[in-house]
Ligand binder design. Structure first.
Ligand code: FEA
Length: 165
């Protein structure tokens, strides 16, 4: 994985498919979510059951994935703060707890702990599906409620520098 791809849609098996129902209507966030979904799919692709192979691949991507997840959370948190989203504290707490778990996994792995890739893939898939579908939807609904329509018809949140796509 050189980069978490944001433009691929993959189907079948354990894979998690992008659907427009996950869209927050904000391109930057949708692209980041697609990148996370693709990372989950890549995890499944590399869960061969051969521990040596799995370790070699995971070693090369885990730190990048941790940075990507942090960057995504920072993007959302900035927007929630700029718009005084009432669910900010609860949402940030969920992000922080999840980040701690992923960082702990990465540390355990790097200090030689056993890593069952398919288990980690399911954990991440479950998080992405539940968090995006439920918690992220809450800020997205709020953003739409407070957005205003410009003369060109586009929805915008000026305070957060967001234009809907
Ligand atoms: Fe609130 Fe977005 O976070 N999706 N993830 N992970």
């Amino acid at each position: 994985m050189g980069k978490l791809k944001s433009n691929t849609v993959i189907a079948s098996g354990n894979y998690v498919n992008w659907s427009d129902s996950y869209s927050m209507g904000i391109k930057l966030i949708d692209d980041q979510h697609k990148g996370l979904l693709n990372f989950v799919n890549e995890l499944f692709d590399h869960a061969t059951g051969n521990e040596e192979e799995e370790r070699a691949w995971f070693k090369g991507v885990i730190q990048y994935a941790v940075r990507y997840i942090r960057e995504h959370f920072t993007t959302e948190e900035k927007l929630m703060k700029a718009t005084s989203f009432p669910g900010y504290a609860e949402h940030k707490k969920a992000h922080d707890e999840f980040t701690l778990t992923v960082v702990k996994c990465a540390k355990d792995f790097e200090s030689g702990g056993r890593m069952v890739l398919v288990k980690f893939a399911h954990f991440l898939k479950n998080w992405v599906l539940t968090h995006v579908a439920v918690m992220d939807r809450q800020y997205s609904d709020y953003f739409r409620r407070i957005a205003t329509r410009k003369a060109d018809g586009k929805l915008t949140i000026t305070a957060a520098d967001v234009v809907y796509t």
